[in-house]
Design a protein around this ligand. Structure first.
Ligand code: UDX
Length: 458
């Protein structure tokens, strides 16, 4: 039975190359699960540090790329250094590995292609060298790819778009309010250095296709622009997590006690607070958030990841006794180190999501119809917020210095005020549309089938 199953996968071997941070590991392993379900066999290559848990994915083969990177930090401040270090040290071992498997390759079981996280651009160079099709996978919005096309003006002042047509597009009366200006701002604030951006841009142009974890209707016009600019087919097959619901790739242990706590809360009453896997804040910001949550008088589930406050493992010693007393007395708060986020967002008690607006978090919220409170920190997040607040209008932003009064007001505006009610209705509408795209003949369903054909015919 098993042999029969494997025989079906002959000639459909795919090598997937993961960038080692949570927001990148999740979508890549979800994509692997999706492609496995379409009959491909999967080899996952990953650097040694932040290794995904192999035992969670018994159907895949895992190969760890050695490279002495175990001490490299994946924190936002070091992201450029991390990306270049990984690309430097992984290229040669990756090439050696592929050469080895190609040497003993059964002609009927060829490697059909290399799919790599856009940050792992060395994989495209190796694929070119070995004459294998390389496919770039984008873990962010398609619009973020346009930021790679915006370059700094040679005189050092300002930025030039890749074509004037991009600015013309922004003058067109269209539903999307995402402006050139936002893309430029995101490019300017993006920690990926200009040099790395240029390399990523080149590898993406050389790819035989781009897979994006997005939904066509969410960014229709931007997808057209990305295709025009990069010149290769683009497959918006997202949201990956809905196509691979059982895929779990958490690096931290999920605290499932929060689900029993949610079970006791009223419908749509809880604000869920999480700032993803990489952001950090200072102690003062943490205290302001705690005070804002306490004075909002609404139930909250708050993820305080170890290291969220630099140098601190856990919040117990950081938050004042008065906070714990108040929250415990009212039974109104639950604080965990890491939550099963997709399950949390799908829980009926959750009525709002205060997020840093990482792209995975946004897609997960959109798919459950949960309105958002937005606090972008770095990278693609400021651009993502423009989608949430100005284009789809399913959230509100907390801007400027974090301060308890502002937080309390933001939470109550989203969760209780009539303004929040309208936002919630729109979020629910978006959920319906997202579900439709996944169903037979929906845009993601069709794009996935086209992707499979593309891989098989390359
Ligand atoms: C990073 C960038 O910040 C983000 O903007 C980019 O799009 C991807 O890489 P991260 O900051 O971790 O990712 O945010 P996000 O994209 O939201 O990914 C976080 C992932 O961790 C989500 O899939 C979320 O479900 C998961 N998560 C988060 C948990 O499972 N539990 C938690 O408690 C918090």
């Amino acid at each position: 039975m098993m042999e029969k199953e494997e025989a079906k996968r002959h000639g459909r071997r795919l090598v997937l190359v993961v960038y080692p941070s949570q927001g990148h590991i999740n979508p890549m392993l979800q994509l692997a699960t999706i492609l496995y379900s379409k009959g491909f066999s999967i080899i996952i290559l990953h650097p040694e540090f932040n290794s995904p848990n192999h035992s969670n994915h018994p159907d895949f083969s895992f190969v760890s790329i050695p490279g002495g990177l175990s001490n490299v930090s994946a924190s936002p401040g070091d992201i450029v250094a991390t990306i270049s270090a990984i690309n430097r040290s992984c290229e040669a071992p990756f090439q050696r590995y592929l050469e080895q498997i190609l040497e003993v390759e059964d002609p009927h079981d060829r490697v059909a292609g290399v799919i790599y996280d856009g940050f792992m651009h060395f994989a495209q160079r190796v694929a070119n060298h070995l004459k294998l099709p390389g496919i770039s996978m984008c873990t962010t919005a398609a619009a973020s790819l346009l930021a790679f096309a915006v370059s700094r003006h040679p005189d050092g002042h300002g930025y030039i778009p890749y074509q004037d047509s991009l600015s013309q597009l922004d003058q067109e009366p269209e539903l999307e309010a995402l402006k050139l200006e936002d893309i430029i701002k995101s490019a300017a604030g993006n920690p990926t250095s200009l040099e790395q951006r240029a390399i990523i841009k080149e590898s993406t142009k050389n790819a035989s296709a781009i897979i994006v974890n997005t939904i066509h209707f969410l960014e229709q016009k931007k997808l057209t622009k990305v295709q025009e600019y990069f010149g290769n087919p683009i497959f918006p097959i997202g949201p990956f997590h809905k196509l691979a619901p059982s895929s779990s790739s958490s690096l931290l242990e999920e605290d499932t006690n929060c689900i029993s706590w949610l079970d006791k809360q009223a419908l749509e009453s809880v604000i869920y607070v999480s700032f993803g896997s990489m952001t950090s804040m200072d102690e003062n910001e943490l205290l302001e958030i705690a005070s804002g949550l306490a004075s909002s008088e609404l139930p909250f589930l708050w993820v305080v990841r170890p290291g969220l406050v630099t140098g601190s493992e856990w919040v117990e010693e950081l938050l004042p006794e008065s906070f714990w007393k108040r929250v415990e007395a009212e039974g109104r708060g639950c604080i965990v180190k890491w939550a099963p986020q997709k399950e949390v967002l799908a829980h009926g008690a959750v009525g709002g999501f205060w997020s840093h607006c990482g792209w995975n978090s946004i897609l997960e919220s959109v798919c459950e119809g949960v309105p958002m409170l937005c606090r972008p920190i770095f990278g693609d997040q400021p651009l993502n917020v423009r989608y949430v607040c100005d284009v789809w209008k399913i959230g509100l932003e907390i801007e400027g210095v974090l301060e308890r009064g502002k937080i309390e007001k933001g939470i109550r505006r989203l969760m209780i005020d009539s303004e929040g009610l309208e936002i919630r209705q729109r979020a629910k509408g978006l959920k319906e549309k997202a579900n439709f795209c996944l169903s037979e003949d929906g845009s993601s369903y069709n794009a996935l089938n086209e992707l499979v054909q593309h891989i098989l015919s390359s």
